[in-house]
Design a binder for this molecule. Structure first.
Ligand SMILES: [Zn+2]
Length: 291
């Protein structure tokens, strides 16, 4: 049986073909590279899968090497061909949001010709599926849309640049906006909760978040002319009922022609977005092989 494995900063999440889900806490292992990699190998091979799709938060080559993973530095330079040597398991690997986008197409949006996934959590990641094929770019690092500039000389981003989309639309972006409006340093979900309870400052912080979110989505519409934009990730999930106007607002901001073709949907995969994408990725690669 096939399974999808999503290696994140704190957890490894697994989704099997029959719908079984598993979650492994790994954050405390990250200090020691060899025990961390041993555990990752065990989790991947656990249950003797016939094939595994692997999603990794970071820059990942199609051939199986992780170049850099800002949130999981012990994976920097790790070649999964080496890690899984001798196991005989067939695997495919990709960036978590890129394969997540493929999972959106594979499970929920098969009619889509151009699908863009925008996932907002700790950071902002993107994925693209064109005519049913995941788009990885030349070396596997396409769709780093969180770091496209939406305000030149703007707020500092975790990547070291300024004015990135992620600097405004991420958990830390929302938290920073709240502080800039005179609020205390509280977590993103607390701000969203306060906004829903009617606190004026929190409401303004969420409005600012939405303005930047929609401008970035307008850019996606103008660049890719997608029929489907899927929104996902923890921050989006938490404020989903505050984003009901997303489609109307993004259409208003966009040129009429591409704007009228885009539909904005919300992911149904929850926290298993990456794992579901990884599962879709190995399933899709199998059907390619079968022709
Ligand atoms: Zn950035």
């Amino acid at each position: 049986m096939l399974k999808g494995v999503d290696i994140g900063g704190s957890f490894v999440k697994v989704l099997w073909e029959d719908g079984r889900k598993e979650k492994y806490f790994i954050r405390d292992l990250k200090k020691d590279k060899s025990s961390f990699l041993k555990r990752i190998r065990e989790i991947i091979l656990e249950g003797s899968p016939t094939g595994v799709g692997i999603a990794v938060a970071g820059f990942t080559s199609k051939e199986g090497k992780v170049y850099r993973s800002p949130n999981i530095p012990v994976l920097d330079g790790v070649d999964f061909n080496e890690l899984l040597r001798g196991s005989g398991v067939d695997f495919v690997i990709g960036n978590d949001v890129s394969v997540g986008a493929y999972g959106e197409w594979f499970f929920d949006h098969r009619d889509s010709k151009i699908l863009v996934l925008v996932a907002v959590g700790t950071g902002l990641g993107g994925g693209l599926v064109v005519e049913g094929k995941p788009f990885f770019g030349v070396c596997g690092s396409a769709m780093e849309i969180g770091h496209h500039t939406i305000l030149k000389g703007g707020r500092e981003c975790h990547c070291g640049s300024k004015g990135c989309w992620e600097a405004y639309c991420s958990s830390y972006g929302l938290e920073k906006t709240y502080v800039e409006l005179g609020g205390e340093g509280i977590r993103d979900f607390e701000i969203v909760k306060r906004a829903k309870e009617g606190e004026e400052r929190a409401r303004r912080a969420v409005e600012t978040f939405k303005e930047h979110l929609y401008v970035g989505l307008m850019n996606m519409v103008h660049i890719f002319n997608p029929d489907t934009i899927v929104l996902g990730g923890g921050v989006i999930e938490g404020m989903r009922d505050l984003l009901e106007d997303a489609q109307d607002k993004v259409r208003e901001l966009s040129e009429n022609l591409p704007g009228s073709y885009v539909e904005i949907a919300f992911s149904t995969a929850g926290e298993f977005l990456g794992a579901r994408g990884a599962l879709a990725f190995i399933r899709g690669s199998r059907s390619d092989i079968r022709g």
